[in-house]
Design a protein around this ligand. Structure first.
Ligand code: PRP
Ligand code: ZN
Length: 289
């Protein structure tokens, strides 16, 4: 591989794998996918994917073997707390793979005080930070995999694990006790990256930023009585300056706005209740500010 090509480390299998590739595809980078390949070359950008285990991504970026990486904030934080990774900067939250690290307990148990409990986890460093920040004296049981079983076989009183939909807790008769950290996929980089690459890295980051902003944004259009316009505009989430267009009916206007936050059904219903009609909500493909 030529040195001026950017290398981005992605998880090869697992919760982040497909969405990491999707975001690059949406940002216009083309890849000829080969099954079992560990590196994939882009056909339209100086970019190579390194497909690796997610645990390895922070090290690869820290050592400059990869210039960028996509990793769960939870995995990154666990590693940053347990070893020196000075050459990593978080460039962007990517908004997908949202999950949380939570303490959970058996449904049939009521725990009031974490002191003197045993907690099983594969995130010992994050748990340890939480316990010491809160002056809790509990024992950490470090375990990889099947953490959910430990409260039922006498190994632990609680678990500390990743929760996404909650289905794993539910099917193991566990209930969430406390959320300790929210997590999502993040783009990380090495600030010492080779100067010959900085231009293409900057362009790549700004294309990814456009995709994320466009994903959250919607183009909203509706008609209303002119007297209701300002009240309705205030109901729109994340709007900068909407366009207000006069209609043939002198009392009415059309309002067009880019909403830079998620537009929920509740918002649409409230607009309608307050006099908006002919509502259209359109996706935005690219957003360049
Ligand atoms: C995590 C976690 C749970 C599951 C929770 O495992 O350890 O098993 O996800 O998700 P849910 O709330 O949607 O059920 P993951 O799939 O990341 O695999 P790992 O445990 O091997 O890291
Ligand atoms: Zn798991």
């Amino acid at each position: 591989m030529e040195t001026s090509r950017i290398k981005i480390a992605l998880q090869s299998k697992g919760r982040l794998a497909s969405q990491s590739k999707d975001i690059l595809a949406k940002a216009g980078f083309k890849f000829r996918e080969r099954s079992n390949a560990l590196t994939i070359r882009s056909s339209n950008y100086p970019l190579d994917l390194l497909l690796v285990r997610d645990d390895d991504i922070p090290n690869l970026v820290n050592q400059g073997i990869a210039d960028l990486g996509i990793i769960g904030a939870n995995v990154l934080k666990e590693q940053q707390l347990s070893k020196p990774l000075a050459q990593i900067e978080t460039i962007k939250n990517l908004g997908f793979s949202k999950c949380r690290l939570s303490l959970a307990v058996r449904k049939d148990q009521n725990i009031r005080d974490l002191n003197n409990t045993k907690i099983a986890t594969s995130y010992p460093a994050i748990l340890n930070e939480y316990l010491s920040d809160n002056n809790i004296d509990a024992e950490i049981i470090n375990i990889h995999g099947s953490v959910e079983l430990t409260p039922f076989i006498g190994i632990a009183d609680l678990i500390f694990d990743l929760v996404s939909t909650g289905a794993t807790l539910e099917s193991n008769n566990l209930k969430e006790f406390k959320t300790v950290m929210s997590s999502e996929a993040v783009l990380i980089g090495n600030p010492q990256a080779d100067e010959s690459k900085t231009k293409s890295i900057t362009r790549l980051v700004s294309r990814i930023t456009s995709v994320i902003e466009a994903d959250e944004s919607k183009y909203v259009m509706f008609n209303a009585l002119e007297k209701d316009a300002s009240k309705l505009i205030e109901l729109l989430p994340g709007v900068e300056s909407p366009t207000v267009i006069p209609l043939a009916d002198k009392n009415k206007v059309a309002i067009h706005a880019v909403c830079k936050e998620t537009v929920f059904w509740e918002t649409i219903e409230t607009l309608k209740e307050n006099g908006a009609s002919s509502l259209l909500v359109l996706p935005i493909e690219k957003w360049v500010s």
